[in-house]
Design a binder for this molecule. Structure first.
Ligand code: NCD
Length: 320
């Protein structure tokens, strides 16, 4: 999409959330990512687009797939990628988030990819540095690249996003994945349902333009996509569910509950999965219905697209 921004424009120097992106901007990222899916399936995967650029992965919270896929994405585009294990570094010695940001900034990176346990921390950091910042998940707020990779996965399988009915099920309360997906799916004209026990839903969530259900059978009736979420015990202080076994009985996905969905409905999960808690092992591995492994593949392509757009010369930066 060709679009020039009014100069001087700093619009979307960062990718902090889906909130604020237009459907055209989302579409541009997905279209660009399609090309990278093809590239990633070739033996020779390397491009020189970001040669000379430096990307620092700065994860204040554990991550396997997100960190690895940002690293691969950067390397496949020719950038130098450094991984900072922040938990083991100066933060332990009492350095503040902003001090860490200023230290990294002094090394002239081009992109900081940041994950942090506090909602809003990544935005705060982005205000203190000169480079682009990508939010790789902040508390229970946003995880934009996850929503983008989910959208790419759905669009490739269903041919569109508009008009689809997507059920997001489980621990909505603690989920940045849910928030980013609600924003993206609504922007693209899909209908979003949330299925969860009352204790795992934020107050007044209906205001985000979703339908709320407390029963899997009703919530999954006729849906195109069933997106399961991990029960995020590490963010729970106190008891939100009676027991994992009871949780699985009422809210865990198995073939029986899946019968309510459309016959050609797909299953998704951002990972890591708690098998036997929010999802049955067998259905998670179903080679026809489950897109969980495909989501991981799409993650690399989407992150390459985002890194490409953020590294465009500001004068040529379009639709970001
Ligand atoms: C998610 C996250 O960290 O927000 N995982 C991921 O990025 N693949 C979801 C989760 O941790 O449950």
């Amino acid at each position: 999409m060709e679009r020039t921004l009014p100069a001087p424009s700093n619009r979307h120097r960062h990718l902090l959330g889906i909130e604020g992106l237009s459907p055209e901007e989302i579409g541009e990222i997905l279209d660009l990512a399609e090309g990278y899916v093809a590239l990633n399936r070739q033996a020779e995967k390397k491009r020189a687009l970001l040669r000379g650029r430096t990307i620092i992965n700065c994860f204040f919270e554990n991550s396997t797939r997100t960190r690895t896929s940002f690293e691969l994405a950067g390397k496949r585009l020719g950038a130098d990628v450094i991984n900072m294990a922040v938990a083991a570094s100066s933060m332990r010695k009492g350095e503040t988030l902003i001090d860490t940001a200023m230290t990294l900034n002094a090394m002239h990176p081009d992109v900081l990819v940041v994950r942090h346990p506090e909602s809003g921390a990544v935005q705060l950091l982005s205000e203190k540095v000169d480079c682009s910042v990508v939010n790789a998940g902040d508390g229970s707020h946003e995880h934009p690249t996850q929503a983008l990779l989910d959208a790419l996965t759905i669009r490739r399988r269903k041919g569109r996003l508009g008009g689809l009915v997507v059920a997001i099920c489980g621990d909505i309360l603690h989920s940045r994945v849910a928030r980013s997906n609600i924003a993206l799916l609504n922007a693209m004209g899909a209908r979003v349902r949330l299925v969860a026990p009352l204790t795992l839903l934020p107050a007044a969530i209906e205001r985000l333009g979703v339908e709320v259900f407390h029963d899997m059978e009703k919530g999954l009736a006729g849906v195109d996509i069933v997106m399961m979420l991990r029960l995020q015990s590490e963010r729970m202080h106190g008891s939100f569910v009676p027991s994992s076994r009871e949780y699985f009985h009422f809210f865990g996905l198995d073939y029986d509950k899946m019968r309510a969905a459309k016959a050609d409905a797909f299953i998704m999960h951002p990972g890591p999965m708690n098998r036997g808690v929010e999802i049955g092992s067998e259905i998670a591995d179903d080679i026809v219905k489950s897109l969980i492994r495909e989501q991981v593949e799409m993650g690399v392509a989407v992150r390459m697209a985002c890194l490409e757009i953020l590294n465009r010369d500001p004068a040529n930066r379009q639709a970001q």
